[in-house]
Design a protein around this ligand. Sequence first.
Ligand code: AMP
Ligand code: MG
Length: 512
Amino acid sequence: MPGPLITGFSIRIASRAEAPNSESLPPLLSVGRPVPVQVSGDKLRWSGWALASSVSVPATSSADGVTVLLAGELYHRAALREAIGPAASGVSTDAELLLACWLRYGGPGLRLLNGRFAAVVTEGTAAVIATDHAGTVPLYLRRGVDGIEVATEAKALAGGAVGRIPAAHPPRTGSVAGLAGVRRVRAGVALTVMVGRPAAHAVATWRPPEHRVTWTEAKAVRRVSAVLNDAVRERLDSGPVTVPLSGGLDSSSVAVLARGAGAVVETISLGTDAGDEFAAARIVAEHLGVRHREFQVRGVDLLRQLPWAVAAAEITDAEVLEYLLPLVVLYRAVPGTGRRVLTGYGADIPLGGMHRATIRLACLDQVIATDMQGFDGLNEMSSVLGGLAGHWTTHPFWDRAVLDVLVALEPGLKRRHGQDKWVLREAMSDMLPEATVTRPKLGIHEGSGATSVWTALLRDSGVAERDVPAAKNAMATAIHRRVVAQAQPPDAVSFDDVLREVTAKPALAVGL
Ligand code: AMP
Ligand code: MG
């Protein structure tokens, strides 16, 4: 099975009995087979839908009065099983492993999990709603007088079936534009809510390391190789994997490690008439001897799919959307569904790769610390980006153990001998062509032309240079209102119409 058993859900948990799944399917963008969620516990009743890989997958797992729903997957399962002991020996699914973990450790057991998941656990009248360390399967909540609604996409909670309780917002949650009462559970959080009552409390299950380690070059290189290799292996199953390949250091590292672990790897690259990295990707694909495919779209057709990227990431930040749009377009273009996709996404955040001009180590370490504080809520690694095309994506560089190592390295190991991301380049130097190991960073938004094409379209519509960033955000916000707050299908929203609406506004003509 290429993806997890369950990839998303939209559920309601109430203290009273509900009519069994009277509601129609929620407007989730992720593709999967809807399986009904129906649990009648002593105190709480669950209803709703989960997206599963097959209709025969049970949505929830229960034992000893505890019920678990897990969207996504766990990594480092063997070590977790060993920690849990005999109770884990008979379990087969990740949901059962989480249940066994809970029965041994209770809520604090969530701190043991390294995975890509969103989970709901109920025991008694308490519901615990948990994200993975980086919140990579986004999780949204709405509380009401008679129950709570929880979903892996905010749009599923648009409209809102529960009467709201006038209470303070639950801790460690954030707002969602255009959806009053809907809260996003922050990354690395286990939030406990008492169903039907205002009480709520949260615990942090992970925080980015704030200390730094002073390892020798040799030790740092060894540890980075080992932890990244583990993370790639943990993300493989027995089937083939697809790697979106730019030919840059990060995606090439993932591809070569997956190949080295014995996986059948296929690499895919996206380019437009405004830019591509095809030549660089080809060097790596040829070096690895893997099947490689290039997808070429017109720049304007890339931008026309922006409603899909907004609907998937459920954000309004145009700068982040420029990174995510090419990936969404690529996931939609690649034939078939059900691929397991390993990306090189995110390596630059702990290593400071975007800050290659930052020479001073004090500055470099500070921007890395700031970026690690600020990733939450950007939804850059949302599973919905690939889920909308029926693929399961996963990002080895944001494995919890990899982050723990990369973030904590003293900055002189990240910038060294005049090179950015030195430790990773060194770790990969025996495995990749020299041209790849030394290749300067090019962001996906630059390589694919996403940024320049969007800018050109706005400039052609009369937007002044200085107003371009604001116009992009205004477009993203207008699209978000429709595809998230109003839950319209992305195909119902025209990029060209939104461009006309936004550029017709007098506010832009006079400067924002
Ligand atoms: P970057 O912004 O370059 O760090 O890109 C993040 C990730 O997106 C890379 O590690 C690749 O997995 C993927 N990627 C970037 N550019 C492309 C591209 N042109 N074609 C396919 N995948 C890409
Ligand atoms: Mg790149």
